[in-house]
Design a protein around this ligand. Sequence first.
Ligand SMILES: C[S@@+](CC[C@H](N)C(=O)[O-])C[C@H]1O[C@@H](n2cnc3c(N)ncnc32)[C@H](O)[C@@H]1O
Length: 326
Amino acid sequence: MSKGEVENEVKSKVESKVKRRGESKSGESSEAQSGDRTGEPAALIQVDSETAETDSAFGDDGVGDDSLSTQSLYSHITNFVYENGRRYHSYQQGAYWGPNDEVAQDNLDLYHHLFTQTLGGKLFLAPIGPDPQKVLDLGTGTGIWAMDFADEFPSAAVIATDLSPIQPSMVPPNLQFEVDDMCLPWTFHPPASFDFIHARCIYGCVADYPALYAQVLEHLKPGAWFQHAEISVVAVADDKSLEGTHLDRWGPLALEAGVKFGKSFSIAEDMEGFMRNAGFVNVERHMFPWPIGTWAKDPEMKRIGAYNRLGWEEGLEGGGRKKFTF
Ligand SMILES: C[S@@+](CC[C@H](N)C(=O)[O-])C[C@H]1O[C@@H](n2cnc3c(N)ncnc32)[C@H](O)[C@@H]1O
């Protein structure tokens, strides 16, 4: 599969969601219930001996009225910050390491596709039942997960929050995007009212996980579910093929950057412990290996590897710029 083919496939699959961005406001797994089952990493991924990894192809304006306060609030969240050719959020400026421009948004949408492929087309694994009433997505990014969820569960009133107002305005009627900092005290009323709270890829976004998880727990109805999905920033290989490579250095350097920034990038590794300590019960951990590149024998793994390699290639620059200048 060539890079062009992967790009086209991802594009067509997420197109219906992404094209809503044209109407954007701004112009631009672990899971736990409130028994244990521990998922093990899948067995060694078999290498496709016929694939040479030398394939060079992979080488509303938001202003509801014209009151001054609304306008100033609106400009406060949309006066994006530009640094080294990339665009960053302005609300809580500097709180998040990633850009929020078109390139970054495409990367988030690509990973959304990777996550859903990995889950066999599902958006989540938590056993939430067929008619959730109130659902929260933390750090929603482009909002693509929340839009898919709201489409699939019309019973649910879905709230999706982020520091950046980059989500489309043409969205399902049961979905509301809010610019909000999940790390501040939450203002949802009544607190224990959510059937499902979801977070994905908020690595390097949270300084105090015990505090965040305490708020999540407090806002779940009794018996409700929280799902947190993360990607490890540390690439590993079953053989020695990574040794001495730049990719091998990336993981430890990213972890070090998180320590300097005060927001950990090792949450994929640590979240199960944080959840248990916060008081969650029925905690389950599921781990899924993602190859980088098309070396796997299994066709599904090969496909996932193709997406993942594209994701790394297109995400590295945005992911690294701020991280490595802390
Ligand atoms: C890597 S992106 C993941 C986006 C989305 N969850 C997904 O899986 O596609 C992380 C998102 O978290 C948002 N974020 C970072 N810190 C945040 C905070 N304190 N409160 C709310 N959102 C935050 C960022 O703006 C960014 O959109």
